[in-house]
Ligand binder design. Structure first.
Ligand code: 13P
Ligand code: SF4
Length: 350
């Protein structure tokens, strides 16, 4: 990609108009631990969002942003924001020459698997994921050898190498439906041990006989929540609704009013009448609901994902100007095609 410089600075009027556009959204964000959003803070990021939005056009790029990244990315520059399933669909449909994936590396890798003709870029190569980093393709091959009869299901929070070894990939929005529909009784589910526990509970509740075997990964954010906090908070805040992600422990999900993907949690809160919500997930999702449903009230409980928070407007601008080699996602074609098979199967079974 050739180096380009947008003719900054922008005029004062352009910056003020952009700051007002940002403020209309970000003024509702209450959960941001960095600062509060007012006209000064919006003015300070407006030149960057203007520059990124101009560069996007020039470079024929789109930005996909997971709901957990900072709100100035979601509401300032992203073309699409949402959960892993939604963003995978957007990556598959994308016609752009370049896709910037503001999320974590496995998500950008998934976009490359689905959209090989596009140049897929990741703002920070260190934005890993404790789940994806917990299992290698080689370790999965060993597990498969130990359980040759098992249907192999991998959570999308996994590397391309792991996806290439699976029969079907799942996200938190379709995991129960797909596991229930697998023809095998024995399922090797990787790499999330806690989601595997939740699958066992859900299959039992549905009266479906499955033996779930798992590897040992957990999400370093969702495995942290304390179930005692739920009882205490329900006493303090009558009518409270507790919402959690299936990456949480069974103790948490068993005590929650709703369990689902980030997209599912957002929809549930938007359509549910309750005086307070407690979100046992990453704080970025709370910020999204604060913007889109400002009347909702939250009590504290969410936590930050250090990997998602490695994304920033500065890194997105720099990658658009001139990406460093490590920011470009490359996959060997035979590996990509194998991994694609498990993702295509997910789309068929969802
Ligand atoms: P979703 O698929 O629900 O967006 O989850 C992704 C994730 O990393 C949650 O921690
Ligand atoms: Fe991975 Fe957990 Fe961060 Fe999601 S919240 S990207 S599962 S470490």
């Amino acid at each position: 990609m050739s180096r380009t410089t947008i003719e900054a600075p922008f005029s004062e009027t352009e910056i003020e108009t952009e700051a007002e556009r940002l403020l209309a959204k970000l003024m509702h964000v209450d959960c941001d631990s960095r600062h509060s959003w007012n006209i000064e803070t919006c003015c300070s990021v407006a030149p960057l969002t203007l520059e990124i939005n101009a560069l996007k056009k020039e470079k024929e790029a789109i930005i996909l942003a997971h709901s957990y990244v900072e709100p100035e990315i979601v509401y300032g520059v992203a073309d699409f924001s949402g959960d892993s399933y939604f963003l995978s669909m957007k990556a598959r449909e994308a016609k752009a020459r370049r896709i910037i994936f503001s999320g974590v590396v496995f998500m950008a890798e998934t976009a490359k698997i689905l959209s090989p003709a596009a140049e897929v870029l990741v703002p920070d190569r260190n934005s890993g994921c404790s789940l994806a980093d917990s299992l290698t393709g080689e370790q999965l091959r060993e597990l498969k050898a130990a359980y040759p009869e098992a249907g192999v299901v991998c959570y999308i929070n996994s590397t391309a190498e792991v996806k290439a070894e699976c029969d079907v990939c799942v996200t938190s929005s379709n995991v129960y439906k797909i596991v229930a529909a697998m023809p095998q009784k024995q399922i090797l589910f990787v790499p999330d041990r806690l989601m595997a526990d939740n699958i066992r509970v859900e299959m039992k509740r549905r009266g479906i006989e499955k033996k779930i075997i798992s590897s040992d990964g957990t999400c370093i954010v969702h495995d942290q929540f304390d179930p005692n906090l739920i009882a205490e908070s329900r006493t303090k805040f009558p009518g409270l609704k507790v919402v959690s992600h299936p990456e949480c422990t069974m103790e948490i999900t068993g005590k929650s009013d709703y369990v689902g993907s980030t997209g599912g949690m957002m929809d549930y809160v938007k359509k549910t009448e309750a005086p307070y919500f407690m979100m046992l997930t990453e704080c970025g999702l709370v910020e999204r609901i604060e913007v889109e449903s400002p009347e909702k009230r939250f009590i504290s409980g969410c936590k930050l994902c250090p990997y998602m928070k490695m994304n920033s407007l500065e890194k997105i601008r720099d990658i658009l100007v001139l990406p460093r080699p490590e920011q470009i996602v490359e996959l060997e074609e035979s590996l990509r095609v194998k991994a694609l098979h498990s993702i295509d199967r997910m789309f068929e079974m969802s």
